[in-house]
Design a protein around this ligand. Structure first.
Ligand code: PRP
Length: 170
């Protein structure tokens, strides 16, 4: 399948720097726990954390949705949990793309149930086309209207994650 560049790596890098600056300023004097939602988030997560100017802890979580066909059933389960206890901590959930919102909604609720001081969300891409669950994105990289996106961690059937740009699959 062909891919067409939508957001070049240079623009991603610049936006990630801005997000990191904003987050570092908002959390100044604190030590948030940044929780990345695997697997797609890995490149964004690493770039974001390294661009921040405040100390933080990092951990990862993974959810999977079980259903038939192309559409998510909404039946989401945690398949890999975090290891750092988040009770009393400031938590920042980091996601690569919010599509239906089902994954993020499930993960935020699961984390909120553990008594953190705060839970906020940073997502590189907010794609509203198929949104089913209302989710609050506190730090958003880019809003994209439609299209199947790959690259910079995003995959189609586990392919294309390695592309440095965010591309549309044609
Ligand atoms: C993708 C993406 C988000 C989720 C968004 O992950 O990374 O986590 O889907 O979709 P939603 O808003 O409709 O729930 P996926 O489960 O495909 O795993 P991956 O990160 O390993 O690609």
């Amino acid at each position: 399948m062909a891919t067409e560049i939508l957001i070049p790596h240079k623009a991603i890098r610049a936006r990630v720097q801005e997000l990191a600056r904003q987050i570092s300023s908002d959390y100044a004097g604190k030590e948030p726990v940044l929780i990345g939602i695997l697997n797609g988030v890995v490149f964004f997560f690493a770039d974001l954390v390294m661009a921040m100017s405040i100390p933080c802890k990092i951990d990862f979580i993974r959810a999977a949705s079980y259903g038939s066909g192309m559409n998510s059933s909404g039946n989401i389960k945690l398949v890999k949990d975090i290891e750092i206890p988040v009770g009393g901590k400031d938590v920042l959930v980091v996601e690569d793309i919010v599509d239906t919102g089902l994954t993020l909604n499930h993960i935020v609720r699961a984390l909120e149930a553990r008594g953190p001081l705060s839970v906020k969300v940073c997502a590189l891409i907010d794609k509203k086309e198929r949104r089913e669950k209302k989710v609050t994105i506190d730090y958003c990289g880019f809003e994209v209207e439609e299209g199947f996106l790959v690259g910079y961690g995003l995959d189609y059937d586990e392919q294309y994650r390695y592309l440095p740009d965010i591309c549309v699959l044609k």
